[in-house]
Design a protein around this ligand. Structure first.
Ligand code: ADP
Length: 195
């Protein structure tokens, strides 16, 4: 299996690139943010809980998020692999993911970390907020809080993969297709090594 963590701050382009990677490599895309938004839309209990954190730009608690992620993985017993988008976002989540994948006799092959500077992120998110209807993308204070949360709680997860030799930084600025090329090159290197 080929399991990839697509990493980066809010607005780095994880969702956009995931769609293209899924198409090229035939992987399953798992976005915890998408699962939360689906539940918010359908006003489930999980949705109500998630909304109370997301609207402030904070993380949904680990125990809730980890359970959701496991449930999503279990829905795809047969697949070439997964793209994890927006997960893990804490060290606790990273450890839980490793342990869980171990029980399935698989593991993360690589973390691709999109690098984009903060002003560019805010600009992109405010533009996205205009037509996405995402409440967390319309208020600059909430956007800045999400970026702070990323810097304080999430970026450390990269170190977890770095010590395993799985971390690859990718320049996340430029045209969508150029960034996709960079991601594809890193993945193909890994595929080359394993075959
Ligand atoms: P973005 O990358 O633009 O912030 P996401 O769709 O990945 O968008 O996440 C939206 C929100 O959902 C996050 O700000 C956070 O509140 C919540 N969320 C998503 N994934 C996680 C996670 N793995 N752990 C905790 N909260 C999460």
């Amino acid at each position: 299996m080929l399991n990839i963590v697509l990493f980066g701050p809010p607005g780095a382009g994880k969702g956009t690139q995931s769609v293209k990677l899924v198409e090229k490599f035939g992987l399953v895309h798992l976005s915890t943010g998408d699962v939360f938004r689906y539940n918010i839309k359908h006003e489930t209990e999980l949705g109500k809980l998630a909304k109370s954190f997301i609207d402030k730009g904070n993380l949904v608690p680990d125990e809730v998020t980890i359970d959701i992620l496991k449930r999503e993985v279990e829905k795809h017993p047969i697949t070439k692999g997964f793209i994890f988008d927006g997960f893990p976002r804490t060290i606790t989540q990273a450890i839980a993911l490793d342990t869980f994948l171990n029980t399935k006799n698989t593991s993360i092959a690589l973390m691709l970390a999109l690098q984009v500077d903060e002003n560019e992120l805010v600009k992109r998110l405010l533009i996205r907020g205009k037509d996405s209807g995402r409440a967390d993308d319309t208020d600059e204070r909430i956007i800045r809080n999400r970026i702070n949360v990323y810097n304080e709680q999430t970026s450390v997860a990269a170190e977890f993969y770095n010590t395993q030799g799985k971390y690859h930084a990718i320049n996340g600025t430029g045209k969508v297709d150029e960034i996709f090329e960079r991601l594809t090159e890193s993945i193909e290197q890994i595929l080359g090594k394993s075959s």
